[in-house]
Design a protein around this ligand. Structure first.
Ligand code: HEC
Length: 301
């Protein structure tokens, strides 16, 4: 009897020991990594890559590919492998130079990313910092776009010029800015060519096709938009009679349903009138029948 009791106590002892070990294991799992100081000269290094949307976008792609598995979606260190938090107060306090050095050097499970080009590492750093930085900190350059039309006989050239505006208001041509050119249609925009980047004069050029159909005067609305994450969104629209004259305009275009005028589309007019006529015909026919019934009834009685 006593022996049996001892056995059960023994079982509990083993069970609680296992629990203690599990708990201790969990504790050590949750513990911080030992301090990882970086050399002072490395820590003093300045981030040369501007904190803008372009950099954040590139950094995000790289982070999701190279870091997310361990550091988690939002840098909490909660990926598949237990890793350091990149959003803790302690972490955020260290310099970007120190961050860069750790990325290149690595320690323990954390690989060193020496093989990756430096500007890409800075992009990742910018992206990781965006987890804890307000969105307003993103730098966006200010620019304007304008349209220039050039016509020599049959040849039509369309140019869009992008200029960057400095804080004091001075304008300089902006190079390497992506611009989309298109023609406004009732629904959406018909692109002219693919989006191109501006040259050193801040310009993109396209040969304008001669086959585009305009309105009854051949007018088209051309639109140029800046499609570049480093810049504020901007657009320019201009009217020009570079399209083919649309002779059918009165019966098709002008009476189109989506047009902002009082003209009713022909098909709508015809169907409305015929349906109304049809209904009145039926009503008239029924009235005739009722009258006939009444007359017949009167005859019988
Ligand atoms: C295989 C898993 C793994 C991958 C992949 C990984 N890390 Fe780490 N990282 C760790 C671990 C584990 C630590 C803690 C290392 C230590 O302190 O010993 C760490 C530490 C760090 C630190 C230092 C944190 C501190 O407290 O100073 C930074 C910064 C960091 N990682 C950024 C990154 C970035 C950015 C990437 C992607 C380019 C990345 N890591 C990829 C596992 C990983």
């Amino acid at each position: 009897m006593i022996e049996m009791k001892n056995k059960t106590i023994g079982k509990y002892k083993i069970g609680s020991l296992i629990l203690v070990f599990l708990f201790a294991g969990l504790l050590s799992f949750a513990q911080d990594f030992p301090p990882w100081p970086s050399p002072t000269d490395a820590a003093a290094k300045i981030n040369p890559v501007e904190y803008n949307k372009k950099s954040l976008e590139a950094g995000k792609t790289m982070y999701n590919l190279q870091c997310k598995a361990c550091h988690g979606e939002t840098g909490k260190g909660d990926g598949l492998i237990k890793s350091a938090s990149l959003v803790s107060d302690k972490f955020v306090l260290q310099s970007e130079g120190s961050f860069f050095w750790k990325l290149q050097t690595g320690r323990g499970q954390m690989p060193g990313f020496k093989a990756i080009p430096e500007d890409q590492l800075w992009n990742v750093i910018n992206y990781v910092l965006s987890f804890t930085r307000p969105e307003e900190d993103i730098v966006m350059k200010n620019a304007v776009v304008s349209l220039i039309f050039n016509e020599k006989g049959e040849k039509k050239k369309l140019k869009a010029k992008v200029e960057q505006i400095a804080d004091d208001g001075t304008k300089t041509p902006a190079k390497g800015v992506k611009v989309n050119l298109g023609i406004k249609r009732y629904f959406g925009i018909l692109p002219i060519g693919t989006s191109k980047s501006t040259n050193s004069r801040g310009e993109v050029k396209v040969t304008f096709p001669n086959t585009i159909i305009g309105d009854e005067n051949g007018e088209l609305t051309i639109i140029a938009t800046i499609d570049d994450m480093e810049y504020n969104p901007a657009e320019a629209t201009e009217q020009i009679a570079w399209g083919q004259v649309n002779a059918n305009d009165y019966w098709t275009e002008r009476r189109a349903l989506w047009k902002d005028n009082d003209y009713v589309p022909l098909w709508l007019l015809v169907s409305f009138v015929s349906v109304s006529l049809g209904i009145w015909l039926v009503i008239g026919y029924v009235a005739l029948l009722v009258r006939k019934i009444k007359i017949e009834g009167d005859k019988v009685s």
